[in-house]
Design a protein around this ligand. Sequence first.
Ligand SMILES: Nc1nc2c(ncn2[C@@H]2O[C@H](COP(=O)(O)OP(=O)(O)O)[C@@H](O)[C@H]2O)c(=O)[nH]1
Ligand SMILES: [Mg+2]
Length: 287
Amino acid sequence: MAQPYLGLGRILVIIPTYNEIQNVDMITSRVRASVPEAHLLIADDNSPDGTGKRADELAASDDHIHVVHRQGKEGLGKAYLDAFRWGLGEGYDVLVEHDADGSHQPEELPKLLNALVNADMVKGSRWVPGGSVVNWPKSREFISRGGSLWTRMWLGIPVKDPTGGLNLFKAQVLRDIIDDISTYGYGFQVDLTWNALQHGYRVVEVPIEFVEREHGVSKMSSDIIVEAALQTARWGIKHRTEQLKQLASGFGDQAGKAGEKAGRFVGAVSKAASDTVTNRKTKGSGH
Ligand SMILES: Nc1nc2c(ncn2[C@@H]2O[C@H](COP(=O)(O)OP(=O)(O)O)[C@@H](O)[C@H]2O)c(=O)[nH]1
Ligand SMILES: [Mg+2]
């Protein structure tokens, strides 16, 4: 049976890389096998280990593989933004964020793409029922769960895994939000999710199994965590202040409406009373 996602149009799976020479062949072949219709864009930050050169070789032998070479390491957010702009410029209908190291499993892409048929953005989620992490150090799980809690507390969004990096977008969502994205480390994922929700788009979480990388090293750093935490708190303060303002003006409106109602009631009572009085008077005067 044909997969429902085939109706979504042209798909681009974006893979940011920095020193992923041990993973680049593995990830490209798995994506190609699992979603053969999709194109792949490797966004490499001039990796010293030669990942970009290897990506060029892969692209030379497969017309579904493309490469964007960036000047140097600027964080995955900037690499993704360049890749999104490239993909939108080339007219892709669906753009997918996907890590290179095997933590995101390409075999889960058909399920996620099918969920996008009835959504605007789909997030692969570790923290919804059915989602899981494999071989992740407890410290990383603590940071991820803590980050989710922090984000939900500030922004009040119903998303369980806002920092998750396996995200799928209909092109229109990115066209609308791309100029508002201002975070480039891991807060980038929250930034995208928050902006999509703020624009009224339907964001759906789908459970995934997240597997810790076997080769190469993580580029996660304490700077990245701090940037994400502070930026989320800044959005949160703005958001909560606006909520308070609305609440206050709501109270004002409610009070105004209550006052109006009370005024109408008092008016009606006094009219009824004066009618009664008038009637009485009339009646009285009749006697
Ligand atoms: N182009 C580019 N890719 C990056 C950068 N930082 C991380 N990545 C890629 O983003 C993905 C996730 O990064 P990773 O280090 O595995 O983060 P972790 O899974 O949170 O430990 C991998 O494919 C990395 O190669 C960067 O500065 N530039
Ligand atoms: Mg990783």
